[in-house]
Design a protein around this ligand. Structure first.
Ligand code: ZN
Length: 321
């Protein structure tokens, strides 16, 4: 399929590049250079795979892992300025999501305003919880301190992409370090954070607010029936609606790094094909692998063009030729 739009594609600036993952070194060396590159390699892969436009975001955990608020504000600003420059050069190939210093909700709202107003960014991508000077204390966005931030997001009418990072504590993986990272703990951590936000009443207060989850919804669509089935017996569940209601009215998911038709069809059955969008997760994943799978996935052509292009065009109000 030509004209695809991908929406979980990453870049880095020197301040956020070079945090080594738990992957073999040659893999990381390639990643590090791909993250800072916006020319022939990135564009070449996009061209070869029928990808017209990428909405680009900062790598993870980047700003969220900076305990010092002032430094987080500064790095977010520099990253957003750098991304804006790439968008300015090739607006028909690259658009941007804002990196935000969520350590300070007011500063995050201000930076979001600046990015949407001055750069035309399409929303924010935040890498999970934010660190604080206390290593044991992490900031999750279901907390009441973030209500005014989300009020601003709803007012600006741009989505909030909740992207993975590792859990605050990885003690429960002791002896099994291979479970830490993108194979398992990213989704476990991100699903928990997303469920806190869905269940805390945030979307009752701001019903138009939209959240995006990558990796086929971080396993939530697969578990949504059981969640609501068991929650009906709980008196301590704080939200007004069932979880499935928020999943179908306030959440969108993407195929980033999860190229599996069985999982895609499950998500489409639970959420409808209007709430699923194509994404790669470049450079952690290759365009060729994702695009070859998606172009041949056994779904209807109507769904393919919606998921591959039009759902993102509509949600992010993209000016397409
Ligand atoms: Zn990603």
């Amino acid at each position: 399929m030509q004209g695809k739009i991908v929406i979980e594609e990453h870049f880095a600036i020197p301040e956020t590049n070079g945090v080594k993952n738990r992957v073999v070194n040659p893999y990381w060396d390639g990643l590090s250079s791909s993250l800072v590159e916006f020319e022939s390699k990135r564009l070449g892969e996009m061209d070869a795979c029928g990808v017209e436009l990428a909405i680009v975001s900062l790598n993870a955990p980047a700003v969220q892992a900076i305990p010092d608020v002032k430094q987080a504000v500064d790095v977010a600003r520099r990253a957003n300025d750098a991304l804006a420059e790439q968008v300015r050069k090739r607006p028909s190939r690259f658009q941007g999501f804002a990196a935000l210093p969520m350590q300070d909700p007011e500063a995050a709202a201000k930076e979001l305003q600046r990015c949407v107003r001055d750069f035309g960014f399409k929303g924010a991508l935040v890498n999970g919880y934010s660190n604080t000077p206390d290593a044991k204390k992490a900031l999750y966005y279901d907390a009441p301190e973030y209500l005014s931030f989300f009020e601003e997001m709803q007012a600006l009418d741009v989505p909030f992409y909740l992207h993975p990072r590792d859990p605050v504590s990885t003690e429960r993986y002791d002896g099994h370090p291979w479970l830490i990272g993108s194979a398992w703990s990213f989704a476990e951590e991100t699903a928990l954070h997303a469920l806190k936000m869905m269940g805390c009443g945030l979307f009752d207060k701001y019903p138009l607010l939209q959240m995006v989850l990558g990796h086929m919804g971080e396993r939530i669509p697969y578990d949504i029936w059981r969640l609501d089935h068991r929650l009906q017996y709980r008196h301590d569940y704080p939200a007004k609606q069932q979880m499935a209601y928020y999943l179908r009215n306030n959440v969108h998911i993407t195929t980033s790094g999860h190229f599996r038709t069985q999982t895609l069809i499950n998500a489409m059955l639970e959420m409808g094909s209007d709430r699923v969008m194509f994404a790669i997760d470049y450079p952690y994943e290759e365009h060729a692998r994702g695009a070859t799978w998606f172009d041949g996935a056994e779904i209807s052509e109507t769904d393919r063009v919606k998921i591959g292009r039009w759902n993102a065009a509509k949600l992010f109000r993209l000016n397409l030729a």
